[in-house]
Design a protein around this ligand. Structure first.
Ligand code: ADE
Ligand code: ZN
Length: 333
Protein backbone atom coordinates (compact mmCIF):
# COMPACT_ATOMS: atom_id res chain seq x y z
CA UNK A 1 0.00 0.00 0.00
CA UNK A 2 1.34 3.48 -0.82
CA UNK A 3 1.64 6.01 1.99
CA UNK A 4 -1.24 8.01 0.50
CA UNK A 5 -3.51 4.94 0.45
CA UNK A 6 -2.43 4.03 3.99
CA UNK A 7 -3.26 7.54 5.23
CA UNK A 8 -6.69 7.48 3.57
CA UNK A 9 -7.39 4.03 5.04
CA UNK A 10 -6.82 5.25 8.61
CA UNK A 11 -10.12 6.12 10.33
CA UNK A 12 -9.75 9.65 11.65
CA UNK A 13 -11.57 12.60 13.16
CA UNK A 14 -11.16 16.07 11.71
CA UNK A 15 -11.68 18.72 14.39
CA UNK A 16 -10.14 21.89 13.01
CA UNK A 17 -12.05 22.64 9.85
CA UNK A 18 -13.83 25.92 9.08
CA UNK A 19 -16.82 25.23 6.86
CA UNK A 20 -16.45 28.66 5.21
CA UNK A 21 -12.87 27.64 4.35
CA UNK A 22 -14.09 24.67 2.31
CA UNK A 23 -15.71 26.90 -0.33
CA UNK A 24 -13.87 25.92 -3.51
CA UNK A 25 -13.52 28.63 -6.18
CA UNK A 26 -15.80 26.71 -8.59
CA UNK A 27 -18.62 26.59 -6.04
CA UNK A 28 -17.95 30.23 -5.08
CA UNK A 29 -18.58 31.21 -8.70
CA UNK A 30 -21.67 29.02 -9.06
CA UNK A 31 -23.24 30.37 -5.87
CA UNK A 32 -22.39 33.97 -6.70
CA UNK A 33 -24.11 33.57 -10.10
CA UNK A 34 -27.12 31.83 -8.55
CA UNK A 35 -27.47 34.59 -5.92
CA UNK A 36 -26.51 37.59 -8.09
CA UNK A 37 -23.59 38.37 -5.78
CA UNK A 38 -20.73 40.36 -7.33
CA UNK A 39 -17.26 38.91 -6.72
CA UNK A 40 -14.09 40.91 -7.38
CA UNK A 41 -12.75 38.10 -9.64
CA UNK A 42 -13.22 37.45 -13.37
CA UNK A 43 -12.63 33.71 -13.29
CA UNK A 44 -11.93 30.68 -11.13
CA UNK A 45 -8.27 30.96 -12.15
CA UNK A 46 -8.32 34.56 -11.01
CA UNK A 47 -9.52 33.44 -7.57
CA UNK A 48 -6.79 30.82 -7.26
CA UNK A 49 -4.17 33.36 -8.36
CA UNK A 50 -5.31 35.67 -5.53
CA UNK A 51 -4.54 32.98 -2.93
CA UNK A 52 -1.02 34.20 -2.08
CA UNK A 53 -1.07 35.10 1.59
CA UNK A 54 1.40 37.24 3.52
CA UNK A 55 -0.11 36.41 6.91
CA UNK A 56 -3.34 35.40 8.68
CA UNK A 57 -5.12 38.73 8.07
CA UNK A 58 -4.49 38.74 4.31
CA UNK A 59 -6.11 35.30 4.18
CA UNK A 60 -9.06 36.23 6.40
CA UNK A 61 -9.88 39.19 4.14
CA UNK A 62 -10.33 36.80 1.20
CA UNK A 63 -12.10 34.16 3.30
CA UNK A 64 -14.77 36.61 4.44
CA UNK A 65 -15.16 38.08 0.95
CA UNK A 66 -15.63 34.60 -0.56
CA UNK A 67 -18.27 33.81 2.07
CA UNK A 68 -20.52 36.58 0.71
CA UNK A 69 -21.53 34.13 -2.04
CA UNK A 70 -23.32 32.03 0.63
CA UNK A 71 -26.90 33.25 1.03
CA UNK A 72 -29.50 30.47 1.11
CA UNK A 73 -30.26 27.23 2.95
CA UNK A 74 -29.34 25.37 -0.24
CA UNK A 75 -25.94 27.12 -0.38
CA UNK A 76 -25.00 26.00 3.13
CA UNK A 77 -26.33 22.51 2.38
CA UNK A 78 -24.24 22.29 -0.84
CA UNK A 79 -21.12 23.60 0.92
CA UNK A 80 -21.37 21.22 3.86
CA UNK A 81 -22.29 18.28 1.69
CA UNK A 82 -19.27 18.83 -0.60
CA UNK A 83 -16.91 19.03 2.38
CA UNK A 84 -18.28 15.88 4.04
CA UNK A 85 -18.10 13.92 0.79
CA UNK A 86 -14.48 15.00 0.29
CA UNK A 87 -13.56 14.33 3.92
CA UNK A 88 -15.08 10.83 3.77
CA UNK A 89 -12.80 10.07 0.78
CA UNK A 90 -9.84 10.92 3.06
CA UNK A 91 -10.96 8.46 5.74
CA UNK A 92 -12.64 11.02 8.01
CA UNK A 93 -15.28 9.19 10.04
CA UNK A 94 -16.34 12.11 12.20
CA UNK A 95 -15.91 15.85 11.70
CA UNK A 96 -16.30 18.55 14.34
CA UNK A 97 -17.02 21.46 12.04
CA UNK A 98 -16.37 25.11 12.90
CA UNK A 99 -18.78 27.72 11.64
CA UNK A 100 -18.60 31.51 12.01
CA UNK A 101 -22.18 32.75 12.54
CA UNK A 102 -21.11 36.40 12.66
CA UNK A 103 -19.63 36.19 9.14
CA UNK A 104 -23.21 35.56 8.01
CA UNK A 105 -25.43 37.43 10.47
CA UNK A 106 -23.42 40.63 9.89
CA UNK A 107 -24.64 40.61 6.25
CA UNK A 108 -28.23 39.65 7.03
CA UNK A 109 -28.03 35.86 6.66
CA UNK A 110 -29.49 34.50 9.89
CA UNK A 111 -29.24 31.40 12.07
CA UNK A 112 -32.37 29.76 10.56
CA UNK A 113 -30.69 29.80 7.12
CA UNK A 114 -27.27 28.33 7.87
CA UNK A 115 -28.41 25.97 10.64
CA UNK A 116 -31.02 24.40 8.36
CA UNK A 117 -28.46 23.98 5.57
CA UNK A 118 -25.91 22.38 7.91
CA UNK A 119 -28.49 20.00 9.38
CA UNK A 120 -29.76 18.75 6.02
CA UNK A 121 -26.25 18.07 4.70
CA UNK A 122 -25.04 16.41 7.91
CA UNK A 123 -27.98 14.00 8.05
CA UNK A 124 -27.53 12.94 4.40
CA UNK A 125 -23.74 12.64 4.69
CA UNK A 126 -24.03 10.21 7.57
CA UNK A 127 -26.25 7.92 5.49
CA UNK A 128 -24.60 8.40 2.09
CA UNK A 129 -20.89 8.81 2.86
CA UNK A 130 -20.65 7.20 6.31
CA UNK A 131 -19.28 10.32 7.98
CA UNK A 132 -20.77 11.66 11.20
CA UNK A 133 -20.39 15.27 12.27
CA UNK A 134 -21.08 17.87 14.91
CA UNK A 135 -20.87 21.67 14.96
CA UNK A 136 -18.65 24.07 16.92
CA UNK A 137 -19.76 27.70 16.88
CA UNK A 138 -16.83 30.12 16.70
CA UNK A 139 -16.84 33.75 17.72
CA UNK A 140 -14.88 36.31 15.70
CA UNK A 141 -12.21 37.80 17.94
CA UNK A 142 -12.04 41.05 15.97
CA UNK A 143 -15.70 41.76 16.85
CA UNK A 144 -14.93 41.42 20.58
CA UNK A 145 -16.57 39.81 23.57
CA UNK A 146 -19.82 41.79 23.70
CA UNK A 147 -20.74 40.87 20.13
CA UNK A 148 -19.94 37.24 20.96
CA UNK A 149 -22.33 37.36 23.91
CA UNK A 150 -25.09 38.73 21.64
CA UNK A 151 -24.41 35.97 19.10
CA UNK A 152 -24.59 33.36 21.84
CA UNK A 153 -28.07 34.68 22.74
CA UNK A 154 -29.15 34.37 19.10
CA UNK A 155 -27.88 30.79 19.03
CA UNK A 156 -29.97 29.69 22.04
CA UNK A 157 -32.73 27.99 19.98
CA UNK A 158 -30.07 25.90 18.19
CA UNK A 159 -27.87 24.77 21.06
CA UNK A 160 -29.03 21.16 20.70
CA UNK A 161 -27.27 21.14 17.31
CA UNK A 162 -24.00 22.56 18.67
CA UNK A 163 -21.41 20.60 20.65
CA UNK A 164 -19.10 23.45 21.58
CA UNK A 165 -17.85 26.99 21.15
CA UNK A 166 -14.58 28.26 19.71
CA UNK A 167 -12.70 31.45 18.96
CA UNK A 168 -11.17 32.39 15.61
CA UNK A 169 -10.30 35.25 13.20
CA UNK A 170 -7.52 37.87 13.70
CA UNK A 171 -5.41 36.92 16.69
CA UNK A 172 -2.81 39.54 17.61
CA UNK A 173 -4.42 42.39 19.56
CA UNK A 174 -7.49 40.31 20.49
CA UNK A 175 -6.66 38.34 23.64
CA UNK A 176 -8.89 35.43 24.71
CA UNK A 177 -9.68 37.06 28.09
CA UNK A 178 -12.13 39.40 26.30
CA UNK A 179 -14.36 36.33 25.84
CA UNK A 180 -14.41 35.14 29.46
CA UNK A 181 -18.10 35.78 29.96
CA UNK A 182 -19.43 34.12 26.82
CA UNK A 183 -17.26 31.05 27.33
CA UNK A 184 -18.47 30.77 30.91
CA UNK A 185 -22.10 30.97 29.75
CA UNK A 186 -21.42 28.32 27.11
CA UNK A 187 -19.70 25.95 29.53
CA UNK A 188 -22.54 26.46 32.04
CA UNK A 189 -25.04 25.03 29.54
CA UNK A 190 -22.82 22.02 28.87
CA UNK A 191 -21.02 23.13 25.72
CA UNK A 192 -17.40 22.12 25.18
CA UNK A 193 -14.78 24.84 24.68
CA UNK A 194 -11.87 25.24 22.26
CA UNK A 195 -10.01 28.31 20.99
CA UNK A 196 -7.52 29.32 18.34
CA UNK A 197 -4.44 30.54 20.19
CA UNK A 198 -0.72 30.70 19.56
CA UNK A 199 -1.11 30.63 15.77
CA UNK A 200 0.32 34.13 15.32
CA UNK A 201 -0.28 35.33 18.86
CA UNK A 202 2.05 34.89 21.85
CA UNK A 203 2.15 32.04 24.40
CA UNK A 204 0.29 34.38 26.82
CA UNK A 205 -2.83 33.91 24.68
CA UNK A 206 -2.57 30.13 25.03
CA UNK A 207 -2.32 30.51 28.83
CA UNK A 208 -5.45 32.71 28.77
CA UNK A 209 -7.36 30.26 26.60
CA UNK A 210 -6.60 27.52 29.15
CA UNK A 211 -6.92 29.48 32.41
CA UNK A 212 -9.61 32.05 31.55
CA UNK A 213 -11.73 30.29 28.91
CA UNK A 214 -11.30 26.74 30.23
CA UNK A 215 -10.70 25.19 26.82
CA UNK A 216 -10.10 21.47 26.32
CA UNK A 217 -8.21 21.84 23.03
CA UNK A 218 -6.07 24.59 21.55
CA UNK A 219 -6.42 25.21 17.82
CA UNK A 220 -2.92 25.58 16.32
CA UNK A 221 -0.99 26.44 19.52
CA UNK A 222 2.30 26.20 17.64
CA UNK A 223 3.79 29.18 19.51
CA UNK A 224 3.34 27.36 22.83
CA UNK A 225 6.74 25.86 22.04
CA UNK A 226 8.37 29.16 23.06
CA UNK A 227 7.33 28.75 26.71
CA UNK A 228 8.62 25.63 28.52
CA UNK A 229 6.22 26.06 31.46
CA UNK A 230 3.30 26.26 29.03
CA UNK A 231 4.38 23.09 27.22
CA UNK A 232 4.60 21.37 30.63
CA UNK A 233 1.07 22.57 31.49
CA UNK A 234 -0.34 21.37 28.13
CA UNK A 235 1.24 17.95 28.69
CA UNK A 236 0.13 17.73 32.33
CA UNK A 237 -3.49 18.67 31.54
CA UNK A 238 -3.67 16.46 28.45
CA UNK A 239 -4.70 19.40 26.28
CA UNK A 240 -4.55 18.55 22.58
CA UNK A 241 -3.23 20.92 19.92
CA UNK A 242 -5.22 20.70 16.70
CA UNK A 243 -2.54 21.41 14.12
CA UNK A 244 -2.88 22.39 10.48
CA UNK A 245 0.54 22.06 8.84
CA UNK A 246 -0.35 23.17 5.29
CA UNK A 247 -2.21 26.18 6.68
CA UNK A 248 0.82 27.17 8.76
CA UNK A 249 3.07 27.14 5.70
CA UNK A 250 0.59 29.01 3.49
CA UNK A 251 0.14 31.68 6.21
CA UNK A 252 3.91 31.88 6.75
CA UNK A 253 3.91 30.70 10.35
CA UNK A 254 6.68 28.36 9.13
CA UNK A 255 8.69 28.87 5.93
CA UNK A 256 8.62 25.21 4.94
CA UNK A 257 6.86 22.06 6.13
CA UNK A 258 10.29 20.74 7.16
CA UNK A 259 10.47 23.56 9.74
CA UNK A 260 7.11 22.72 11.36
CA UNK A 261 7.35 22.06 15.10
CA UNK A 262 4.81 19.19 15.26
CA UNK A 263 7.49 16.50 15.63
CA UNK A 264 9.39 18.49 18.26
CA UNK A 265 6.24 19.01 20.33
CA UNK A 266 5.27 15.32 20.03
CA UNK A 267 8.76 14.43 21.31
CA UNK A 268 8.08 16.62 24.35
CA UNK A 269 4.91 14.65 25.12
CA UNK A 270 2.33 17.03 23.63
CA UNK A 271 -0.78 15.44 22.09
CA UNK A 272 -1.59 16.76 18.64
CA UNK A 273 -3.93 16.07 15.75
CA UNK A 274 -3.68 16.79 12.02
CA UNK A 275 -6.33 18.91 10.30
CA UNK A 276 -6.86 20.98 7.17
CA UNK A 277 -8.20 24.31 8.58
CA UNK A 278 -9.41 25.92 5.32
CA UNK A 279 -8.67 23.34 2.62
CA UNK A 280 -10.14 25.28 -0.32
CA UNK A 281 -7.66 28.07 0.40
CA UNK A 282 -4.57 26.13 1.46
CA UNK A 283 -4.35 23.54 -1.30
CA UNK A 284 -5.11 20.31 0.52
CA UNK A 285 -7.64 18.27 2.47
CA UNK A 286 -6.76 16.38 5.65
CA UNK A 287 -5.02 13.41 4.00
CA UNK A 288 -2.75 15.92 2.24
CA UNK A 289 -1.83 17.39 5.64
CA UNK A 290 -0.96 13.92 6.95
CA UNK A 291 1.09 13.23 3.80
CA UNK A 292 2.90 16.56 4.11
CA UNK A 293 4.09 15.87 7.66
CA UNK A 294 4.86 12.23 6.86
CA UNK A 295 7.33 13.27 4.17
CA UNK A 296 8.42 16.70 5.48
CA UNK A 297 9.01 15.57 9.07
CA UNK A 298 9.89 11.99 8.24
CA UNK A 299 7.09 10.42 10.31
CA UNK A 300 6.69 6.66 10.04
CA UNK A 301 3.44 4.70 9.91
CA UNK A 302 3.36 4.15 13.68
CA UNK A 303 3.51 7.91 14.19
CA UNK A 304 0.70 8.46 11.67
CA UNK A 305 -1.39 5.87 13.52
CA UNK A 306 -0.72 7.72 16.79
CA UNK A 307 -1.93 10.98 15.20
CA UNK A 308 -5.12 9.31 13.97
CA UNK A 309 -5.67 7.74 17.40
CA UNK A 310 -5.15 11.13 19.07
CA UNK A 311 -7.81 12.60 16.78
CA UNK A 312 -10.33 10.11 18.13
CA UNK A 313 -9.25 10.54 21.75
CA UNK A 314 -9.37 14.36 21.59
CA UNK A 315 -12.75 14.42 19.90
CA UNK A 316 -16.03 15.18 21.64
CA UNK A 317 -17.48 11.79 20.64
CA UNK A 318 -19.06 9.62 23.35
CA UNK A 319 -16.78 6.95 24.84
CA UNK A 320 -18.37 4.01 23.02
CA UNK A 321 -17.97 5.67 19.61
CA UNK A 322 -14.35 6.48 20.48
CA UNK A 323 -13.71 2.85 21.45
CA UNK A 324 -15.12 1.60 18.18
CA UNK A 325 -12.96 3.93 16.08
CA UNK A 326 -9.84 3.09 18.13
CA UNK A 327 -10.48 -0.60 17.40
CA UNK A 328 -10.88 0.14 13.70
CA UNK A 329 -7.59 2.05 13.69
CA UNK A 330 -5.88 -0.88 15.40
CA UNK A 331 -7.25 -3.22 12.72
CA UNK A 332 -5.77 -1.04 9.94
CA UNK A 333 -2.46 -0.64 11.80
N1 ADE B 1 -10.65 31.35 10.44
C1 ADE B 1 -10.48 30.45 9.46
N2 ADE B 1 -9.23 29.96 9.49
C2 ADE B 1 -8.60 30.56 10.53
C3 ADE B 1 -7.30 30.48 11.10
N3 ADE B 1 -6.37 29.67 10.60
N4 ADE B 1 -7.02 31.27 12.14
C4 ADE B 1 -7.94 32.09 12.64
N5 ADE B 1 -9.17 32.20 12.16
C5 ADE B 1 -9.50 31.44 11.12
ZN1 ZN C 1 -8.52 27.52 12.10
Amino acid sequence: MTDAAFIRSLPKVEMHIHIEGTLEPEMMFDLAARNHVRLPYRSVDDVRAAYEFADLQSFLDLLYRGATALRTVRDFDDLTSAYLRRAAADGVRHAEIFFDPQVHTERGVGFPVFMQGFAAARTRAEQEFGVASSLIMCFLRHLRGEAATATFEEAKPYLDQIVGVGLDSSEVGYPPSDFRQVFESARNVGLRAVAHAGEEGPPAYVWEAIDVLGVERIDHGVRAEEDAALVARIVADGITLTMCPLSNVRLRVFDRIEDHNLARLLDRGVKATINSDDPAYFGGYVADDYAAVASGLDLDRDELVTLARSSVEASFLPLDAKGQLINEIAAVA
